[in-house]
Design a protein. Structure first.
Length: 427
């Protein structure tokens, strides 16, 4: 498993830990009954989400990780913020199940490697806990169905922690779409293109990310790109994904990376990666819109902006690369305008209300909103903003794109995880 935490995450953890220590007690006292949250997987991401949850006032009775150093770091973080140590669970890969059986937990955050998200989320739901799962939700279509069934049968809240859905420009476009500024939506383009080659190995061992690229074919990280677009298109709120086709390059980048990183004769040279350099998936919706989704985790490039989005409607067009917008009848002539020009008029109410708190949180404030929304949704008893149906439709692209690539681009049907509810549900 990867032990990698980049400098930015370390800084974020430190900052959030300080915030937790400074404000956690006050916030907890302000609420009569703080929510009680456990975390499974306290590596880079889980530790950061834990710090944000502490800053939001939750109690943390228990944490779980098979890596003792990571577990002890999390225990210390909680102890510093709350003055008492949580119980740690570290007795092997299934010890999380013991933790989810505790009756002093309302919810569980799952921040382990992607390959185990679905199993852990399903187990936690079945143990009666609300679940916030890191992305993606699942690796296979069967797991997606399992997640949907578990959420339906238990009635517990399931939320996918897709932070990109909460970026300010993404939410501003969502407001514009819902107010009809784009007219009917026809096309969207999005992608996650992030050079993660250095995260594939720790020493000379594959990390979980490296194992994933070794073991799976397809778009293995679809939700950062697809989540915002699916929300704009009203997927499961009037539309749904019906089919996809995918095509891909070969795998040259990781082969080249390994050749340069390890000496001749090293066993790493024998690893065969199934994941490709780049893959493109075209997804059609029931209402006839088309999504062009790109995936690339291994092409050498600067790590600056790793996701991009564009949206086309009958009345307007948006391009995140350049932050440009053109609105028929509003924009002068045929020149793009900076989309920020419309921020005052179409700012999403969540950003208007929580801008100050979100400022400084990771991923453009998205990480603040993921934790905030999860906790507020539990408290209010509202439906999940990114529920098991959404998580399943966005994550099943992993297996379906792999199947399409393997079959020379053959179309694959996207299951209707809602069993018809997508037509009646409203945003
Ligand atoms: N939303 C985002 O922007 C974002 C950013 C980074 C990572 N992530 C996601 O967060 C997850 C974790 O990523 P990371 O970078 O923190 O990885 P990581 O390797 O740093 O952390 C994973 C942790 O899970 C632990 N673990 C593995 N198997 C376990 C088990 N059976 N029981 C308990 N603990 C177990 C590992 O020991 C490790 O501490 C991944 O799914 C990744 O996709 C999301």
């Amino acid at each position: 498993m990867s032990r990698i935490m980049n400098r930015r995450q370390v800084v974020q953890i430190g900052a959030a830990a300080g915030l937790a220590a400074a404000t956690g007690a006050t916030l907890a006292q302000a609420s009569p009954k703080p929510l009680r949250v456990g975390v499974i997987g306290v590596g880079g991401r889980g530790t950061y989400l834990l710090s944000l949850a502490l800053a939001a006032g939750v109690e943390v009775p228990a944490v779980c990780d098979i890596n003792e150093a990571h577990l002890n770091r999390a225990i210390d973080l909680v102890a510093k913020a709350r003055g008492r140590k949580p119980e740690g669970y570290a007795k092997g890969p299934f010890d999380y199940r013991r933790m989810t059986q505790r009756d002093d937990l309302d919810a569980v955050i799952v921040a382990t490697p992607m390959q185990v998200h679905a199993a852990m989320s399903i187990d936690a739901l079945c143990a009666g806990k609300h679940v916030l799962s890191e992305v993606a939700a699942a690796m296979t279509v069967d797991e997606c169905w399992g997640l949907v069934r578990a959420a339906e049968e238990t009635g517990r809240l399931y939320m996918l922690a897709e932070n990109c859905c909460y970026w300010q420009p993404v939410m501003m476009i969502l407001t514009m779409v819902r107010k009809g500024i784009f007219g009917d939506l026809t096309y969207a383009e999005c992608g996650y293109v992030h050079d993660c080659r250095t995260l594939m190995f720790q020493g000379d061992q594959l990390t979980w990310r490296g194992e994933m690229l070794r073991d799976y074919l397809g778009n293995l990280y679809p939700t950062h790109a697809l989540g915002p677009v699916a929300q704009w298109l009203g997927i499961h709120r009037g539309d749904r994904f019906v089919s996809l086709v995918a095509s891909a390059t070969g795998q040259k980048n990781l082969v080249d990376f390994v050749r340069r990183k390890f000496p001749k004769g090293h066993p790493a040279h024998e690893i065969k990666f199934r994941s490709t350099d780049s893959a493109t998936t075209l997804i059609r919706t029931a209402k006839g819109a088309l999504v062009d989704l790109r995936y690339d985790l291994s092409s050498p490039r600067p790590v600056v902006s790793t996701t991009y989005y564009s949206l086309q409607g009958t009345r307007a067009s948006f391009e995140s690369r350049g932050d440009s917008i053109w609105i028929d009848g509003r924009s002068a002539g045929h020149a793009w305008e900076p989309s920020a020009k419309y921020a005052n008029e179409f700012e999403h109410p969540m950003w208007t209300q929580w801008r100050q708190q979100a400022a400084g949180a990771g991923h453009g404030g998205g990480d603040f909103f993921v934790i905030h929304e999860f906790l507020e949704t539990i408290r209010a008893g509202r439906p999940s903003p990114i529920d098991a149906y959404d998580a399943a439709a966005w994550s099943c692209v992993i297996e379906l794109s792999g199947r399409s690539i393997a079959a020379g681009g053959a179309p694959q049907e996207v299951p209707d995880f809602t069993k018809g509810k997508w037509e009646r549900r409203t945003p």
